[in-house]
Design a protein around this ligand. Structure first.
Ligand code: 5GP
Length: 141
C-alpha cells in the first residue's frame, strides 16, 4: 500500500497553511468548495485523520465521515435545487485520484445537464464564496 504524504494540498488546507472556501467543520471533518467544480455547489468532505483514501482509512474515520457527507448532500440538494446528488470518491491515480488525502466529492446534478470534466477550469473565488454561503445558510451555520 502506498504511504500517506502530509505534503498533499488537503493536508495543507487542514493545517491552515493554504486557504479554502469552508462550508462545514467539526472535530473530525472539514468540508470546503472544490476549486474546479464539475457543477455549481461541488464541494469536498475531508476527514481530519490522515489517510490516502478509502483503502487505508480507519473504519472509525469512515464512521465519522459519512454522516457529514449525508448532511452536506442533503444541504447541497436544497441549496442548489438539485435534481440529484452525485457522490464520488477515487482511490489511487489509475482510478482518477489526484490529491492523496481521503476526500468525498458532493456534486449537485440536474436532469439532462452533463457534468463538467473532472479537474477542469478554476471557478472565481467570489462564486465559490457565494456557493459556500448558500450551503451554510441551509446548514444554519
Ligand atoms: P480527486 O483526487 O478526487 O481526483 O480530486 C481532487 C479534487 O480536488 C479535484 O476535484 C480538484 O478540483 C480539487 N482541488 C485540487 N486542488 C485544490 C485546492 O487547492 N483547493 C480546493 N478547494 N480543491 C482543490
Amino acid at each position: 500500500m502506498n504511504a500517506y504524504d502530509d505534503s498533499n494540498i488537503f493536508a495543507k488546507i487542514l493545517r491552515g497553511e493554504i486557504p479554502s472556501t469552508k462550508v462545514y467543520e467539526d472535530a473530525d471533518t472539514l468540508a470546503f468548495m472544490d476549486v474546479m467544480p464539475q457543477s455549481p455547489g461541488h464541494l469536498l468532505v475531508v476527514p481530519k485523520a490522515a489517510s490516502r483514501n478509502l483503502l487505508d482509512a480507519e473504519p472509525e474515520t469512515l464512521a465519522t465521515l459519512f454522516p457529514v457527507v449525508q448532511k452536506l448532500a442533503r444541504a447541497a440538494k436544497e441549496a442548489f435545487a438539485a435534481d440529484g446528488i452525485f457522490i464520488a470518491q477515487f482511490n489511487e491515480a489509475p482510478a482518477g485520484q489526484t490529491v492523496f488525502h481521503l476526500h468525498v466529492h458532493v456534486i449537485p446534478r440536474y436532469d439532462g445537464i452533463p457534468l463538467k470534466p473532472h479537474g477542469g477550469g478554476m471557478e472565481k473565488p467570489e462564486i465559490l464564496a457565494d456557493h459556500a454561503a448558500k450551503l451554510r445558510a441551509v446548514l444554519g451555520a
